[in-house]
Design a protein around this ligand. Structure first.
Ligand code: SIN
Length: 493
């Protein structure tokens, strides 16, 4: 199966600043490689400070007019963007699979997932109503308006190259903000293709700007945006250390922030759970994108009465997963994004085994006729996981399921919450009282109850504690790009 795309115009291979496709100011580029083979297949601009500043200049200039475009007109443009994304599902899916590695069915699924946010925010653009406030004295009118915050800097991750762009940029445009964006260095092509479609949809020059940069050049680009007071908000999905750095460095210009950071999701199975549903939910949530998802379960707790039966069912399902490149239609788990990612997974498994865990299935890299790069890791189930193991403390971001046996509800709640992170948590139970107790007790921005697939465009996505703050999706996701202006008019009597 080929991942070549049919519409070459989706591969501009350049930055987009002020409505023009341009090279980096110094003309340099960096390579983009296919994680399935490690082969370099194209080059994109290696932008620096000058490109970053030009992008802000353009976005600031465009803000003056974009904010005044009637919401209905902005909505129509964003809706056209959605329609174009959907119309290019096949090509965009292939691009995602090529640069990110996920199987093609997942790549195409991500395109539709991304589009669902674009469509949602197109519709929400027309509903940014204000409030009339009853005045406490005669002769006054008091009202609160919602206004766009200004220029937004969006710094996006590699694991969902389309969806994360969509759920940051669509609400920004809907609110009347303008955008400068830097996609992850591993996956710049999908983002450039989405911006190309936004241009075709009629997003005016300067409203949406994108610059690509290597890992080494990224600080030079982002530092310009952090220091520039014209950038009024940063939206970032990525690691907690980088999120904290952005929060510290943006303090001088007091930017608004949305930080969707690391997770360490617990997945709890109680004795009273429907075991088949729990196994199914875990397969869906854990192995999405090969385990490279912030909301993937990272620690699995199974109550003693069902532990062995659950592990047996789970191991059978995990052992049957097909690992391979996106060019093979049968692949269910693609390569990990790069060598660093596989090294971390390997370290977690090694550390667990050295500290008493047992590998039930998997546990090693996969090399075969199809899996030719060193980036493939076998879907793995470990038992006897303990709280001090690396895989319990850090996000593995790979296809590894460490299982811990527990005895009581109080004990598992304490273990689930014993982490600085709080993005997602899952549990399976059929006891309605326990369901309410757990939903209250888990320290997490998102809770899945008897459900493994949680994200949806109409739902607020985001974390607590070290998993960050701010919400994406839903009406809350639009609020993040607006501020409230209170207007008080007197002398009316
Ligand atoms: C993420 O991993 O950052 C996003 C996952 C999702 O949208 O479900």
């Amino acid at each position: 199966m080929s991942l070549s795309i049919s519409n070459d115009s989706l591969l501009p291979g350049r930055n987009y600043i002020d409505g023009a496709w341009v090279d980096a100011a110094d003309g340099t580029t960096f390579p983009v490689s296919d994680p399935a083979t490690d082969a370099v297949f194209t080059q994109v601009p290696n932008s620096g400070a000058e490109d970053a500043k030009r992008a802000v200049d353009a976005a600031q200039k465009a803000f003056a007019s974009w904010r005044k475009v009637p919401a209905k007109q902005r909505a129509a443009i964003i809706k056209r963007w959605n329609d174009l994304i959907v119309a290019h599902t096949e090509d965009l899916g292939k691009l995602i699979s090529r640069e990110q590695g996920k199987p093609l069915a997942e790549g195409k699924g991500e395109v539709l997932y991304a589009a669902s946010y674009v469509e949602w925010f197109a519709e929400e653009a027309t509903r940014t109503n204000g409030e009339i406030i009853p005045a406490p004295v005669p002769g006054r009118r008091m009202y609160a308006l919602r206004e766009p915050v200004g220029v937004i800097a969006a710094v996006t991750p590699w694991n969902f190259p389309a969806a994360m762009i969509a759920r940051k940029i669509a609400p920004a445009l809907a609110a009347g903000c303008t955008v400068v964006c830097k996609p992850a260095e591993d996956t710049p092509l999908t983002s450039l293709a989405l911006v190309k479609l936004a241009e075709q949809a009629g997003v005016p020059a300067g409203v949406l700007n994108i610059v690509t940069a290597s890992r080494e050049n990224t600080p030079a680009v982002v530092d310009v945006w952090l220091d520039d007071a014209r950038v009024r908000k940063i939206t970032f999905t990525g690691s907690t250390p980088v999120g904290k750095h952005l929060a510290r460095r943006s303090a001088d210009t007091l930017k608004k922030l949305s930080l969707e950071l690391g997770g360490n999701a617990p997945f709890i199975v109680f004795d009273d759970a429907d075991l088949d549903a729990a196994v199914e939910g875990l397969m869906i949530s854990k192995f999405r994108n090969g385990g490279q998802t912030c909301v993937c379960p990272n620690r699995v707790y199974v109550q003693a009465g069902v532990h062995d039966a659950f592990v047996e069912k789970l191991a059978a399902r995990v052992g049957a997963l097909v690992v391979g490149p996106a060019t093979s239609a049968s692949s269910q788990i693609g390569p990990m994004i790069n060598a660093r990612a596989v090294e971390k997974i390997e370290r977690h498994v090694r550390n667990a085994v050295e500290n008493g865990a047992k590998v039930v299935v998997g546990g090693t890299r996969v090399q075969s006729e199809q899996c030719t790069s060193a980036n493939y890791f076998a879907p793995t189930v470990l038992i006897h996981a303990t709280p001090s193991m690396d895989c319990s403390c850090e996000e593995t971001f790979g296809p590894v399921v460490p299982v811990t046996r527990f005895e009581t509800e109080a004990d598992v709640i304490a273990q689930a919450n014993a982490t600085p992170f709080g993005l997602a948590a899952y549990f399976y139970s059929t006891d309605v009282r326990r369901i309410w107790r757990l939903a209250d007790a888990l320290e997490s921005g998102i809770v899945g109850v008897n459900e493994g697939a949680l994200a949806a465009e109409a739902a607020p996505f985001g974390g607590v504690k070290d998993s960050g703050y701010g919400r994406e999706g839903s009406t809350h996701g639009l609020e993040e790009y607006m501020h409230i202006k209170y207007v008080c008019q007197g002398q009316l009597d």
